[in-house]
Write a protein that binds this ligand. Structure first.
Ligand SMILES: NC(=O)C1=CN([C@@H]2O[C@H](COP(=O)(O)OP(=O)(O)OC[C@H]3O[C@@H](n4cnc5c(N)ncnc54)[C@H](OP(=O)(O)O)[C@@H]3O)[C@@H](O)[C@H]2O)C=CC1
Ligand SMILES: CC(C)CCC[C@@H](C)[C@H]1CC[C@H]2C3=CC=C4C[C@@H](O)CC[C@]4(C)[C@H]3CC[C@]12C
Length: 450
């Protein structure tokens, strides 16, 4: 009797566990990706409509109700127009060509589980400088109307959405039919595969064009800069010189310049070595970065508050310090690894944890975890400076609207989730060595707080 009861309740528990596990899988692989893929395009189009069509006036935008705002924004976006498509075509080809012709020293990313080592060239900063010069000449000339292009924002959002959608279909088909070397695999669920991607290192033209570098570095990040510069010009044409806009634009430009200077660091980061090429990363960089990451500049174009020069200098100094600290923290960790701990960090020999791990095929390896300097203060200190830098280029908007602060709010959630993912990955990879590092560096992101 007892036995059968125990057996019975055991079965019930097993069935319950299995069905809750099924629910979790369904949520993770289907519901969450679907929700994100339904909401993010709408969000980008509504934001572009709010700014470009309603001129950041919420009374006008929402006066006739949410439904009118929704359909008007989609109507204004459409599928783009011939000017936005021509620009996207030229800009994409320019970005692809930059990987072929700008040269640069070769460097490698980490080996995948199957032993594939991705190779890149140091051409990011050259690409940034070249584009900045071309754009300075173009945007700076009287013939270029920033206001005209700023008013095309809704059309631009429509074209980008279609472009991003088609590009992700292409990535999916390519992953299925002709995967590049490196990791590639399907979860068996089309929705998740489209969202997350199949290939880790998709390449084209006989390995010469890296598609993640094309979407993230050459397209998304540079488009971020272009939108900021066009908005800056449009604002000056519309209401004359303004320190709030200038401060925000200069800080974002320096941040983007830093990204290109550190491009080899980025090619070793989570986006590249863990996240596959799908909707999340590639649609994100094609649509979300140019429209959402630029929301402060979009808002400031018609809503720049007056700001005294001293205010601009103060915010600029704080913002520069945050971008510098973010770079310095990332650099400290790289330096410790490059020199195998034989370097000076904050005037001292660094404290390091020699973290042993084994690869998929059982090979024993080790990595250095820096446990002093910035990395002794918290385990994701770079995220703290990242958030503070973003806050600095948003601060010139003052506090009249939530729109310019949407990015920093999103960033906090993104980085919190990312720190969680990264901690799981490191714990799994290094086991007790990661625990040892956590004992020395006790806080996750904010020293002495969290
Ligand atoms: N604006 C935005 O939207 C975002 C910006 N960023 C920025 O991008 C940059 C890269 O960030 P991200 O890719 O998230 O992560 P990180 O560059 O911080 O990389 C995390 C990896 O670094 C290694 N590592 C962790 N701790 C140590 C240590 N103490 N010493 C040495 N190596 C360590 C581990 O990899 P290993 O396996 O090699 O040990 C870990 O998986 C940051 O500057 C961040 O602020 C990031 C996300 C979003
Ligand atoms: C639901 C999705 C649409 C969300 C898309 C998110 C992506 C757009 C972003 C996810 C991670 C982001 C980045 C990571 C690290 C970076 C380095 C930094 O120095 C510059 C910014 C960035 C490239 C950044 C860009 C957007 C993401 C890929």
């Amino acid at each position: 009797m007892d036995e059968s009861e125990a057996g019975g309740s055991g079965n019930v528990r097993e069935v319950e566990e299995e069905s809750s596990c099924c629910m979790m899988r369904f949520l993770h692989y289907t519901v969450v990706p679907l929700l994100l893929m339904l909401t993010t395009p709408n969000f980008s189009v509504l934001l572009a409509g709010y700014v470009g069509h309603y001129h950041s006036d919420y009374q006008q935008a929402l006066g006739d109700g949410l439904s009118k705002f929704f359909w008007t924004s989609w109507g204004a976006a459409g599928v783009g127009d011939w000017e936005t498509w021509s620009f996207l075509l030229v800009f994409s080809i320019y970005g692809l060509l930059s990987q072929l012709v700008l040269g640069g020293e070769e460097y490698t990313g980490p080996a995948t589980k199957s032993g594939h080592v991705p190779r890149y060239r140091h051409s990011g900063f050259r690409y940034f400088l070249l584009t900045a010069v071309i754009m300075a000449v173009l945007v700076g000339s009287d013939a270029f109307s920033g206001w005209y292009w700023y008013n095309k924002l809704p059309r631009f959002a429509g074209a980008l959405n279609l472009y991003g959608f088609v590009f992700c279909i292409f990535l999916y088909v390519k992953g299925r039919l002709s995967p590049s070397p490196g990791e590639c695999g399907s979860s068996g669920n089309f929705i998740f595969d489209y969202y997350w991607g199949l290939e880790l290192y998709p390449r084209m033209l006989g390995n010469r064009i890296d598609l993640k570098m094309a979407t993230n570095n050459r397209f998304g990040m540079m488009m971020w800069a272009l939108v900021v510069w066009v908005c800056w010009k449009a604002q000056v044409e519309h209401s004359g010189w303004n320190w709030a806009m200038a401060t925000s634009a200069v800080l974002q430009t320096i941040y983007i310049g830093k990204f290109y200077w550190w491009e080899d660091g980025y090619m070793n980061s989570i986006d590249i070595i863990m996240d596959r090429a799908g909707y999340y990363i590639c649609w994100g960089c094609i649509v979300f970065v140019p429209i959402f990451y630029t929301s402060t500049s979009l808002y400031l174009t018609e809503r720049s508050p007056d700001m005294p020069l001293w205010g601009a200098i103060l915010i600029l100094t704080a913002g520069l310090a945050m971008v510098g600290l973010n770079y310095w923290a990332d650099q400290q960790r790289r330096e410790a690894r490059k020199t195998n701990g034989d370097c000076t960090i904050w005037f001292r020999k660094p404290t390091v944890v020699v973290a042993k791990y084994s690869t998929q095929d059982g090979e024993a390896k080790e990595s250095l975890l820096l446990a002093s300097g910035f990395w002794g203060l918290s385990r994701h200190i770079n995220y703290l400076f990242e958030v503070l830098a973003a806050f600095c280029w948003e601060l010139p908007s003052l506090f009249f609207s939530i729109i310019p602060y949407l990015y920093v709010m999103f960033l906090m959630v993104l980085l919190l989730h990312r720190s969680h993912r990264d901690e799981l990955k490191c714990k799994q990879k290094y086991g007790k060595h990661w625990d040892e590092y956590c004992r020395v560096s006790r806080y996750r992101i904010v020293p002495f707080v969290f």
